[in-house]
Design a protein around this ligand. Sequence first.
Ligand code: NAP
Length: 294
Amino acid sequence: MTARIIDGKAIAADLRARVAAEVQRLKREHRIEPGLAVVLVGANPASAVYVRSKGKQTAEAGMTSFEHKLPESASESELLALVQTLNTDPAVHGILVQLPLPKQIDSQKILDALDPAKDVDGFDPVNVGRLATGLPALTPCTPLGCVMLAKTVHRSFEGMEAVIVGRSNIVGKPLIQLLLAENATVTVAHSKTRDLPAVTRRADLLFAAAGRAEMVRGDWIKPGATVIDVGINRVAGADGKNRIVGDVAFGEASRVAGAITPVPGGVGPMTIACLLVNSVRAACAIHGLPAPAV
Ligand code: NAP
């Protein structure tokens, strides 16, 4: 069997186009221009790249992009003051504080201070609790993107065995809730799971989010399964140059799976597209409008 490749780049481009159409509709029908503020503290090069790309894609979708940069030495109270300003700014519908933060700042305090209505990362305790109890919530972008990708293969997950490898707050745990809400039977594996290959082999839907390069081998996969690879791992190639691989051994896995996401070009592009989705959803909710069509 040769797996169908789930083209995250194309699916994300289509999603961004649908977001842009919703933004135009909000401007036309309601005179609302959704605004997303991204806050970067310090000079972490990877974070700076993410923030630039978020700003660019926000503007391309027709939204207002606000970028706030604080120095590496910024204090917790400085960042809290900025968050408060953004919480009350009516032009800002979404706020994203780029993680990780410098060590003098307690990330949880910052997440706690975000207005839940504007927390487009969905990491604050209110959105986490709302998601867990089945209430409308802003959902973390990467898991939301994973579900959207799997939905391009299966219209319904009802009754399917879903296995998630990884239980982080940003990927694994929110995925549990999203998959349960779709009526999948969910198993969550982690570093203490016994006989992980036997667990993953049960999966009709396998989500790999462990941050372990090519850990999931071909014979860990049930024939025909849908595999969503969240991992982003930098490894040295034979030519000495670094390359990016996922948590799944793609070559082997694609001979067993029914459908699979590549790395890069799978989950990655969906994460920013879902950030735009959340920003439009937040803008609608803040203005008391029905949820948008994305
Ligand atoms: P994380 O916070 O480090 O969590 C990793 C999880 O995997 C933990 O729950 C850990 O178990 C589990 N794990 C680690 N080694 C394992 C093993 N050998 N067997 C089974 N489980 C194992 O990572 P994360 O932030 O969720 O990210 C996971 C991966 O996704 C990383 O490669 C990251 O770069 C990538 N990522 C990609 C995107 C994207 O946009 N594409 C976004 C976010 C993250 P314990 O809990 O027991 O320690």
